[in-house]
Design a protein around this ligand. Structure first.
Ligand code: DX5
Ligand code: ZN
Length: 218
């Protein structure tokens, strides 16, 4: 069964606790937390303080997607805040192997993510060290953008490598996921679907999650 990770970027930030409880009750698997610094991406969102404050409101794993420079400086704080998974961008991590080890030293699962224009080959050598690979299907920075289909071939390639090297990381996809695009990703090998606007911009989140799950079965 595929996992659904609602991205709180599209939630109502004035009532984040109830928004998260709403998607947990609606059948979400992870809470996807988008952290942006205004440098690596042209937007600023939330920091460790907010992650820590939402943690008591959910039993679900916090799936923290760091879109920041100098991630090493902030990883301990996000681990302390209760992150279950911390994912860093290959493009923002000059010493990616060291950064992945740092995440694991905190007792947190480690993920790596690539942007739409980054060749999947850039993460090949780190695959044995990660718990999760995230393929971006929008340029990170904002919710509600259109799906960029070039990510599909990357999901397929990462799934092939996972099999070939006998690895067990999860494959997650993020950006423009809805009932039209979800199946393209799961057919390619994705296990976890991040969805922001397709879930939080609807009134009935349970229906939205059910619709995505149904769409990948057809
Ligand atoms: C984009 C974020 C995504 C975003 C997805 O920078 O990483 O997680 O919230 O939003 P939708 O699902 O609306 O494309
Ligand atoms: Zn994200």
């Amino acid at each position: 069964m595929i996992k659904i990770a609602p991205s709180i970027l599209s939630a109502d930030f004035s009532k984040l606790g109830t928004e998260i409880q709403d998607v947990e009750q609606a059948g979400a698997d992870y809470i996807h937390v988008d952290v942006m610094d205004g440098h690596f991406v042209p937007n600023i969102t939330i920091g460790p303080l907010i992650a820590a404050s939402i943690k008591p409101h959910t039993q679900l794993p916090l799936d923290v997607h760091l879109m920041i420079e100098n991630a090493d400086h902030y990883i301990p704080a996000f681990a302390e805040a209760g992150a279950s998974i911390i994912t860093v961008h290959q493009e923002a991590s000059p010493h990616l192997h060291r950064t992945i080890q740092l995440i694991k030293q905190q007792g947190v699962k480690a993920g790596v993510v690539i942007n739409p224009a980054t060749p999947v080959e850039m993460i090949r050598d780190i695959l044995p060290d990660v718990d999760l690979v995230l393929i971006m299907t929008v340029n990170p920075g904002f919710g509600g953008q259109s799906f960029i289909p070039s990510g599909i071939k990357k999901i397929e390639q990462v799934a092939r490598w996972r099999k070939e090297y006998d690895l067990a990381f999860e494959i997650e996809v993020d950006g423009g996921i809805n009932t039209d695009t979800a199946k393209l990703c799961t057919d390619a090998g994705a296990d976890v679907l991040v969805a922001g606007s397709a879930i939080f911009k609807t009134q009935n989140r349970q229906q939205a999650i059910t619709d995505i799950r149904q769409s990948v079965k057809k």
